[in-house]
Design a protein around this ligand. Structure first.
Ligand code: G3P
Ligand code: MG
Length: 240
């Protein structure tokens, strides 16, 4: 039911490195994590890159949308300085570069499709097409049902998960319609009855973003299959 790793480093390296960069992946790897979650968005030229926000400015000192720039331009941008001076010059990575790093290091990927508003179908299709060519059975996920439907059409054999903050009442109908293998949700909004119902339906269940050992243990006791964490220094990869 959950053939994947149980402990994932959120955005690559959690709070220990600049999110969604190769440096973050290297940090997660150094802490023993062999599974990772990261966010993927399209550049202007349709190339998937790692980025959480549709607007630049928080992690990259530039103006405008991610989709205002070609991937080659984004690759020249500094996605590390905002976090700490020692990461200055750490670039915005292409999804292809990140996938190559993960495959070379034996890191399993939960690829969150993070479309900018209006680009849901295009992002789902492009990311799924790229992910579908990878070995190692990555898991796609998204809050966007439009993106997941496009992903299913583009790469039907690549597993998908439906992301929620709070799990809505009609989660099962949505999950069945999209053919997903798992529900991913905010652990702060999950109750035991919903967790049990998701497991009873034969679906996987992953919670984000769990940052204490006690909470992780209580979630696993509730039947949660996997968690992603920002505190890769506190929560060890073998915790489950
Ligand atoms: O995929 C789980 C989690 O990453 C979803 O929230 O905003 O951190 O991408 P966010
Ligand atoms: Mg994410």
């Amino acid at each position: 039911m959950w053939p994947y790793p149980t402990m994932l480093a959120h955005r690559g390296g959690g709070t220990l490195a600049p999110e969604n960069t190769i440096a973050a992946l290297a940090c997660g790897f150094a802490y023993g994590f062999r599974a990772v979650e990261f966010d993927v968005m399209l550049a202007r030229d349709g190339v998937p890159v790692l980025m959480h926000d549709p607007y630049l400015g928080r992690t990259v000192a530039a103006a405008g949308h991610v989709f205002d720039y070609a991937a080659a331009e984004l690759q020249q941008m500094d996605a590390g300085s905002w976090f700490a001076a020692r990461f200055a010059g750490e670039p915005v990575p292409l999804f292809a570069e990140v996938a190559a790093f993960c495959q070379a290091h034996g890191i399993w990927m939960n690829i969150e499709i993070k479309p900018a508003p209006g680009f849901e179908a295009a992002t789902g299709a492009a990311v799924a097409s790229a992910a579908g060519r990878l070995a190692g059975a990555p898991l796609l996920s998204s809050f966007s049902e439009t993106a997941l439907a496009a992903a299913a059409a583009a790469a039907p054999a690549t597993a998908r998960a439906l992301l929620f903050d709070a799990v809505p009442a009609d989660w099962l109908a949505r999950a069945r319609r999209l053919g997903v293998v798992a529900i991913h949700c905010n652990h702060k909004r999950l109750d035991g009855a919903t967790a049990a119902a998701i497991k009873d339906a034969g679906l996987g269940l992953l919670c984000y973003t769990v940052n204490t050992v006690a909470r992780a243990r209580s979630l696993f006791a509730m039947g949660v299959d996997a968690i992603c964490t920002d505190r890769i220094d506190l929560l060890t990869p073998d915790l489950a």
